[in-house]
Design a protein around this ligand. Structure first.
Ligand code: G
Ligand code: G
Ligand code: MN
Ligand code: NA
Length: 257
């Protein structure tokens, strides 16, 4: 399996696809955003998950042009939905950024250009950075995120709870949302006695810091009921939908709203 040598050609061959997973408001159950999730439609291996090729793209630096393509494509797609689909004018779009992209001096221009080309409201754009990436190089992350935030985009801490961010850093970073890692959501309403208090604590802390919360990986109605009780604002997971190809989004929205 030599994905590495084929990766450089994959974008120009049109083998990369972005699938979109809805994020819903926990109280109203209405979709509020979609997260862009990359897939490689490999001619031989079928749909390849990003966990198999993002690390290669990181190592080789290919993540920079690939990430630029994701931003351009996802923002243009989101703006198309916002302008065309009735009831979708407020939909937001979340895009994942990797460590290498955060270190790239061109990131600010890449994001600003993608917003400009798509003609999308910057406030409709959410950039997701994992907690561990954020904490890797705190000073540099801080400077880059401050510039990005000045554009008006939202900044999410992805996989929250799996890293080691201190409260003091968290309150100083210009982030707007915490995405609670699905390992905590998984245990809600089940055998894991720690899951509920952890999700509760994160939610209270987020409220105190003025941050939004998204629970990831929600799969069951019991988990959703717990999230409602804990007053978690938003959620995503297989309970609503897996990431879907762009063509399925409009029909899905028609059934969801
Ligand atoms: O969709 P899935 O669960 O297979 O995604 C696996 C991992 O790949 C997740 O951690 C997700 O954040 C990451 N990922 C998906 N799309 C992108 C992308 O466009 N850029 C980056 N950097 N990571 C992505
Ligand atoms: O790291 P990040 O949160 O960006 O990755 C999201 C990943 O989680 C994607 O690969 C997506 O396909 C996956 N995912 C989304 N919803 C669920 C879910 O309800 N259950 C599980 N097991 N995975 C999910
Ligand atoms: Mn994510
Ligand atoms: Na995550």
């Amino acid at each position: 399996l030599d994905l590495g040598s084929q990766l450089p050609r994959a974008v120009e061959r049109g083998e990369m696809e972005i699938h979109y997973q809805p994020v819903v408001d926990v109280l109203s159950h209405r979709p509020i955003a979609f997260e862009a999730l990359l897939r490689w439609k490999h001619p031989k291996y079928g749909l390849v998950s990003p966990c198999h090729f993002i690390p290669i793209a990181e190592e080789t630096g290919l993540i920079v042009p690939l990430g630029q393509w994701v931003l351009d494509t996802a923002l243009a797609q989101a703006q198309e939905w916002r302008s065309r689909i009735s009831g979708a004018s407020e939909l937001r779009i979340a895009v994942n950024l990797s460590a290498r992209q955060l270190q790239d001096a061109g990131l600010f221009d890449t994001v600003a250009d993608a917003i400009g080309r798509a003609g999308i409201d910057p406030a409709a754009v959410e950039l997701e950075i994992t907690e561990s990436t954020l904490m890797k190089d705190v000073d540099r992350s801080m400077a880059t995120l401050t510039r990005l935030r000045s554009l008006g985009v939202g900044l999410s801490v992805d996989d929250f709870g799996t890293g080691y961010s201190s409260l003091s850093y968290l309150s100083r970073f210009p982030v707007t949302t915490l995405k609670i890692d699905r390992s905590f959501v998984e245990g809600l309403g089940g055998a894991d006695v720690h899951a509920q208090p952890i999700v509760a604590a994160v939610t209270v802390m987020a409220a105190a810091l003025g941050l939004d919360v998204v629970a990831e990986g929600v799969e069951t109605p019991d988990q959703l009921a717990e999230l409602e009780k804990l007053e978690v604002g938003a959620a995503q997971g297989y309970l609503w939908a897996e990431a879907m190809p762009p063509g399925e989004v409009a029909p899905w929205l028609a059934g969801a709203v």
